[in-house]
Design a protein around this ligand. Structure first.
Ligand code: ZN
Length: 389
């Protein structure tokens, strides 16, 4: 998901917003101001309708944020850190740093989202009822009632047992508990996600053909997104299955070539890419040899030529605090989401005791491991996806 901007940090978690939220925000404001409120309660000023529409849109986005924060808080309580959180047109995605350890944890983390939305729905419903009794102007009551409805709808949609929705995770947790096999549970939940996605696509196009109304396109689009996301989750599950029991230490490239932070970009480029520096990413080390960051060809590329003689790698690198890191004895399957999320597409492996650099993990390290594991288990085929990736 590209085209996102950072909104800020809540409880230490980066909250990003996809541009599609702006579209939803606008749609909610306009449809309430021009449509629902004006039609149901005519006679108020245009400013009233638009002000209310805008306020409802703000509270709506805040409701989605509350849903995602609930996931994040419960995940953290179950010992899983949250990478970041992105709001987009269908709600939000809280990206976890690792997988739930037990079906129970999965159930709690996934279930709390829809639960939060239901509670918000009930709360807004009660508030609307109370405001109605107080004889508050109709459009205000209508706006609060709309918030109640949309939160219930959000809970219902997210509870559909299809990956990547919360309901898909609940299904996975149940199947995991029932079969004792998290991999098979994930594969089934992904299949359910694909199936539901196709239903939406077919329904969307069919309704467009029958009614001639283009709103079906929206449904089809959501279906298409679900198919893609469920397929990706299924592949991730297969990957985790292949990598089960393998540690970061086993797949990392140990003792990678490093560059001193004080090296200028020009000095570095004089030595790269044919000699000592033949990779596309290098850990950067301080004077005492401790890792301070990661520099990539892309970061060098962004440094304007005239400044390369005076700019050091320490200035252009991705600082260690922002780089993806792992400890050597972590399961490598836990590190995959971090590797996917990392802008530099590398994970630095640090000694948990002293912070010393032990190795680096890139996609090619993972792919090499998968290829060999598949070959060793006799499951490698020429059409194997693991080999092509
Ligand atoms: Zn959710």
């Amino acid at each position: 998901m590209k085209a996102t901007f950072t909104l800020g940090r809540i409880a230490g978690v980066r909250v990003a917003v996809n541009w599609s939220v702006v579209v939803i925000f606008w749609l909610v404001t306009v449809s309430l101001a021009e449509g629902r409120l004006a039609h149901a309660y005519p006679g108020y000023s245009t400013a009233t309708y638009w002000g209310l529409g805008f306020a409802v849109a703000v509270v709506f986005v805040a409701s989605i944020l509350a849903h995602e924060l609930a996931h994040a808080v419960v995940a953290r309580r179950n010992g899983i850190e949250v990478e970041d959180m992105t709001l987009w047109m269908l709600g939000g995605v809280a990206r976890l740093k690792s997988e739930a350890r037990t079906p129970g944890a999965e159930l709690r983390i996934a279930g709390v989202g829809p639960l939060t939305s239901v509670l918000l729905g009930i709360l807004f419903g009660l508030l609307a009822g109370w405001l109605g009794v107080l004889a508050v102007p109709g459009p205000v009551v209508e706006a609060v009632a709309w918030l109640a409805g949309i939160n219930i709808l959000l809970a219902l949609f997210n509870s559909i047992p299809a990956a990547p929705l919360d309901g898909g995770r609940l299904l996975r947790a149940a199947l995991w508990k029932f079969t004792g096999n998290p991999l098979r549970a994930a594969v089934i939940a992904a299949a359910a996600g694909r199936g539901f996605g196709w239903l939406l696509v077919i329904y969307g196009f069919a309704s467009m053909l029958v009614t001639g109304d283009f709103s079906g396109l929206w449904t089809a689009l959501i279906g298409g997104f679900m198919i893609a996301a469920a397929t990706a989750e299924g592949q991730q599950a297969q990957l985790r299955g292949t990598l089960a029991g393998i540690t970061v230490r086993q797949v990392m490239t140990p003792d990678p070539v490093t560059v001193p932070a004080a090296t200028t970009v020009e000095q570095f480029l004089a030595a790269a890419p044919f000699g000592h520096y033949r990779h596309t990413a290098f850990p950067v080390v301080g004077p005492d040899g401790t890792p301070v960051g990661l520099v990539t060809a892309a970061r060098i590329d962004r440094t304007p030529s005239p400044q390369r003689a005076t700019t050091t790698l320490g200035e252009v690198m991705c600082p260690i605090g922002e780089a993806a890191t792992a400890s050597p004895d972590e399961p490598v399957s836990d590190v995959l989401p971090r590797l996917e999320a990392a802008g530099e597409r590398r994970v630095l492996v640090l000694d948990p005791a002293g912070g010393r650099l032990l190795g680096i993990v890139s996609h090619s390290d993972i792919n090499r491991a998968i290829t060999w594991l598949a070959a060793a288990r006799g499951t490698a085929r020429t059409d194997d996806r693991g080999e092509a990736r």
